[in-house]
Design a binder for this molecule. Structure first.
Ligand code: FAQ
Length: 313
């Protein structure tokens, strides 16, 4: 069968909502963009453990500490399902991790901001996990089977993460004057970076057209960002707090909230590696990889022994 026919059949499958599975024929560009997105998503989950890990030893109570540990552990699990999904596209996990450590692969801009106070744990849960879910609910229906299936479980866990973040802030919002100020300050610092998580404006989004055609993405960056603003602009009222945007207001004719201009310079600086914590995050990951070498070697030696024993038996 000619290449063109294969591509037509492939697109027909996509249009009929048939999932693409690892052994199916797929255009090389489809394989590559899935590998890019899934591996970057996996890296985000793993790097995303660092800002929250920072507060495990300082959580204000045993209960809060147990919750935070569970959340950070969930992120590790998400990273692992996603690496496994990406591996089905023919790249080894080691290669993906090398690409992260060398700076070749991206991870979400959001994790290059510092977590300065306990209220940041609430703001990260509410806003960062909130933005993540908005994007990931769409991805449960993405066209590549292994990615879609990983997303179903991830979304269940993320919704618990978002609720715990909101509840953390709700407690602070009812607390002392200092606690309320800490809550507002965390919202002020995380709001704009959370909006940047959805990626560049549609007009600047290089991958969107093909990803929409192939149903890897089902909503554009701007559509998801708007949906997120509409949700958070209402939820913030329950906290008795405000969002740091003087242009935020309900627009009757659009049936959406209008909001101010994102600082795209800042976004691209962070994506290029010049955000407040980029260096710290990559250094931490490289160090963890080096210090974990003996565990990987021991696991490999054990697997080899098992194999030789099985052969001998
Ligand atoms: N940061 O053409 P597009 C989490 C890059 S949630 C850095 O629009 P695309 C949970 C983009 O890669 C966070 N780079 O790209 C958690 C591309 O460059 P490339 C992770 C960004 O792929 C919570 C270029 O800009 N979630 O981890 C960003 O169609 C709390 C042009 O952009 C996901 O990864 C950014 N924000 O759309 C964990 C979801 N935005 O690759 C711990 C899956 C864009 O061509 C604690 N990913 N770029 O060199 C996606 O849905 C998509 O990849 C988008 C970007 C929507 C992020």
């Amino acid at each position: 069968m000619g290449m063109q026919n294969l591509e037509e059949l492939f697109q027909q499958k996509i249009d009929k909502e048939v999932k693409i599975e690892p052994k199916d024929w797929m255009p090389e560009a489809y394989r590559k963009t899935n590998l890019r997105q899934i591996s970057q998503h996996a890296h985000s989950e793993i790097v995303g453990m660092l800002p929250e890990g920072n507060w495990i030893s300082r959580a204000p109570s045993l209960k809060r500490k147990a919750i935070l540990i569970a959340k950070v552990q969930d992120e590790a699990g998400h990273g692992l399902y996603l690496y496994a999904a990406a591996e089905t596209l023919g790249q080894s996990r080691e290669q993906m991790i090398n690409d992260l450590h060398s700076g070749k692969a991206k991870y979400s801009s959001i994790f290059n901001y510092p977590t300065l106070t306990w209220a940041d744990m609430g703001a990260v849960g509410w806003l960062v996990d909130g933005a993540a879910i908005m994007n990931q609910v769409m991805l449960t229906r993405t066209s590549y089977g292994p990615y879609a299936r990983a997303m179903v479980r991830i979304c269940k866990e993320e919704s618990f993460h978002q609720r715990q973040g909101f509840e953390t802030l709700l407690v602070l919002s009812k607390g002392s004057k200092e606690q309320r100020a800490m809550c507002q300050d965390a919202i002020n610092r995380w709001w704009w970076p959370a909006l940047m998580m959805f990626g560049p404006r549609d007009s600047e989004s290089t991958n969107s057209d093909m990803s929409m055609k192939w149903k890897i993405k089902r909503k554009t960056n701007d559509e998801l960002r708007q949906q997120f603003v509409d949700m958070i602009a209402e939820q913030v009222k329950l906290l008795g707090m405000t969002l740091p945007d003087p242009d935020l207001r309900w627009n009757e004719s659009r049936n959406h909230y209008d909001f101010g201009e994102i600082n795209w310079d800042e976004f691209w600086q962070v994506v290029k590696g010049n955000g407040p914590c980029n260096k710290q995050r990559l250094d931490a990951r490289r160090k963890a990889w080096e210090e974990g070498a003996w565990v990987r070697e021991a696991a490999q030696a054990h697997a080899n022994k098992q194999r030789t024993r099985k052969k001998a038996a």
